[in-house]
Design a protein around this ligand. Structure first.
Ligand code: NAD
Length: 457
């Protein structure tokens, strides 16, 4: 009887382990099958280690390149990449131990094995077969490359390689200006590397509001990042000293090529086809708002289920699936309430619809914008580039989307996201009393600007 559970979760990333904890809180006996380390991509190869690297690069850049601006004499500032890497690994390790502790505290049985679906209500995990009426697939995703360009981990790398590197390339070409591309461009440039960023579409961060893309492009160019949009990569050749990247109209040489063109779901070879679980053309598992797949008794959460491939979205989906399994009536997951955060410099935070998307959906919109130049705290930070832009329905005033680009944008986006969850109006956000002097004032002013009532412009 030891292998009978109420829920078995396949995959112990942020989505999977959160689902297991919530299931356990609701009185369900939960098991979690993980072949590698608990914490998944976010903890070991994504959010956490990359942000640790970015913290070091930002500090180095501030002191090395901008100290004098702040009245700090910091001649001869250098870095020790090994220590930067050790700090990164130490943070990951501490959080990893925390997740292991959470599993014990919540009495979740963790099975260290490569698992796969084995018929209705069964997961085979090594020697064991775990049975449960509810199974949650949370196997995540992995970096994909381009046809004819293969990762070798040295010259041609994915974010998995780049994040774990213990040395810095002097020059790098990055293909893809999504979140991975612009974050690594920021990191390498702040550390002093020569960076070329290539994007196939006509703007950087093409999923964001157009005005955000424009500001990022200006900032990147000012920072010395060479940006090329509408760039078509035809191939890459590895030589003795680096890599040659072939574009339609040019050849670029660099020590390293980082391919950051998106991620593919880990949905094959885990028994999904045999179980009849439907996937889309790219292999993402099809789910409804409660993360139910097309087969009763099987849920899927996180990157493998598509939508925004973001850790916090995965965790929210995990909670939703666990509550649904426990028979609770819960709100379905709504992609338009998921905050998107990119930790480039400047940072980007957004939620809901862009202005173009809102218009395309038939809304008549009113837009409020407010520049960071007029926010005292932004000047104090020495980061006046950026703005907040709020998009509201013209008739009802309801907040449809919020877009922030600039220092601390990833922190600032939580407020408009909450307003959207509460189906709030822009004027309500404007009536919130924002503390002074803080960056959050830019949200209040942009909200007031929706009705032409911003004060400090
Ligand atoms: P992405 O899909 O966000 O961006 C990939 C970019 O590459 C797109 O802009 C695309 O147009 C471009 N591209 C595709 N083919 C190309 C080609 N041949 N030449 C040039 N450009 C090309 O993917 P990503 O940046 O690799 O990130 C993967 C996933 O991980 C995303 O869903 C992302 O949101 C998530 N992620 C999030 C964060 C964060 O939230 N801070 C950080 C890293 C990754």
């Amino acid at each position: 009887m030891a292998d009978e559970f109420d829920v078995v979760v396949l995959g112990g990333g942020f989505g999977g382990y959160t689902a297991a904890i919530r299931a356990s809180q609701l009185g369900l006996r939960a098991a979690l099958v993980e072949s590698s380390k608990l914490g998944g991509t976010c903890l070991h190869l994504g959010c956490i280690p990359t942000k640790a690297l970015l913290e070091s690069s930002a500090l180095y850049h501030r002191l090395h390149d901008r100290g004098a601006e702040f009245g700090i004499r910091a001649e001869g500032v250098t870095f020790d990449f090994e220590r930067i890497a050790r700090r990164r690994d130490g943070i990951v390790d501490q959080l990893w131990r925390g997740v292991q502790g959470l599993m014990r505290k919540n009495r979740i049985e963790v099975v260290q094995a490569c698992g796969q679906l084995a018929g209705p209500g069964a997961i085979r995990a090594g020697e064991r077969t775990l049975r449960a009426p509810a199974v949650i697939i949370a196997t995540g995703s992995e970096p994909r490359s381009l046809p004819g360009i293969e990762f070798d981990g040295q010259r041609i790398v994915s974010s998995d390689h780049a994040v774990l590197a213990n040395r810095l390339p002097a020059s790098v070409v990055i293909v893809g200006a999504g979140a991975v591309g612009v974050e690594f461009a920021t990191f390498y440039r702040q550390m002093g590397s020569r960076v070329t960023l290539l994007e196939a579409l006509d703007r950087l961060v093409p999923l964001e509001d157009e005005e955000v893309s424009q500001l990022l492009l200006q900032s990147f160019r000012r920072a010395g990042i060479e940006c090329r949009v509408e760039a078509r990569v035809k191939g890459a050749r590895v030589g003795d000293n680096g890599v040659t990247v072939e574009l339609e109209d040019a050849q670029l040489e660099a020590e390293q090529l980082l391919v950051a063109v998106g991620r593919a779901p880990r949905s094959s070879g885990i028994g999904l086809e045999e179980a009849g679980v439907a996937t889309d053309r790219q292999g993402f598992v099809q789910v409804d708002g409660w993360m139910r797949t097309t087969v009763p008794g099987i849920w899927a959460v996180g990157d493998v289920a598509g939508g925004f491939l973001l850790a916090h979205a995965a965790a929210h989906e995990g909670i939703t699936a666990a509550e649904d399994i426990a028979g609770h009536r819960v709100q379905p997951v709504e992609q338009n309430l998921v905050t998107r955060c990119t930790f480039s410099s400047p940072e980007i935070g957004s939620v809901g619809l862009t202005e173009t998307q809102a218009r395309a959906r038939g809304h008549r919109v009113k837009v409020g914008r407010f520049p960071l130049q007029a926010i005292g705290k932004a000047l104090i930070h020495g980061e006046p580039a950026g703005f907040a832009k709020l998009v509201a329905d013209e008739e009802t005033g309801q907040l449809l989307g919020a877009h922030v680009v600039g220092v601390q944008a990833t922190e600032l986006i939580a407020e408009p996201a909450l307003a959207r969850l509460f189906q709030g109006d822009a004027w309500e956000v404007g009536r919130n009393i924002h503390p002074h002097p803080t960056m959050s004032e830019v949200i209040g002013e942009a909200a007031l600007a929706v009705d032409g009532a911003a004060i400090n412009v």
